[in-house]
Design a binder for this molecule. Structure first.
Ligand SMILES: [Zn+2]
Ligand SMILES: [Zn+2]
Length: 164
């Protein structure tokens, strides 16, 4: 799913300029990877991005996509989310939060000033320093709800009252 072209262009311009400043060589393949990353809202895994870039650049390798993404990450030009094994990449560097579908894994950005200024509990200070906070709201996305609104309902509670 493509985002508003204007957003994508702005992100691509930012990514390209920042990469140039960081001394990252802008090969044709890398530019195509940037283009794909800047245009998507999907927070893609490297494999997903690879398949998309491959449509236009058949010679690109998964390894090149991986190395490009982690290079960008090293320079703070993309962020990651998800577990190490299934890591996904995010080219949106504006403060934002995520909506995550618990059924299909869809991830979408949303903005909230309230959440940007979340008061961090003092317990965090014991764990380390604080840079920013990002909230993940989990649920079942509209598309999954349409596909099967009542999939796997929780088992009915026992008739007898529990002792708790
Ligand atoms: Zn879903
Ligand atoms: Zn995001």
């Amino acid at each position: 799913m493509r985002q508003q072209p204007r957003h994508a262009e702005r992100r691509l311009a930012h990514l390209t300029a920042a990469a140039r400043r960081a001394g990252i060589k802008l090969t044709h393949q890398r530019l195509e990877i940037f283009r794909e990353l800047a245009a998507t809202e999907e927070h893609p895994a490297a494999e997903t991005l690879f398949r998309a870039v491959q449509q236009r650049v058949p010679t690109v390798s998964l390894d090149t996509v991986y190395r490009t993404l982690w290079t960008l990450h090293e320079f703070g030009l993309v962020t990651t989310l998800g577990p190490r094994g299934g890591v996904r990449f995010d080219a949106n560097l504006e403060p934002h939060h995520h909506y995550v579908c618990v059924r299909c894994g869809l991830v979408r950005d949303f903005e909230s000033e309230d959440l940007d200024h979340l008061r961090v509990p003092s317990a965090v200070k014991q764990l380390g320093s604080f840079v920013d906070s990002q909230v993940a709201v989990r649920g079942v996305c509209a598309q999954c709800l349409r596909a099967s609104p009542r999939q796997a309902p929780p088992p009915p509670p026992p008739k007898k009252r529990s002792s708790r």
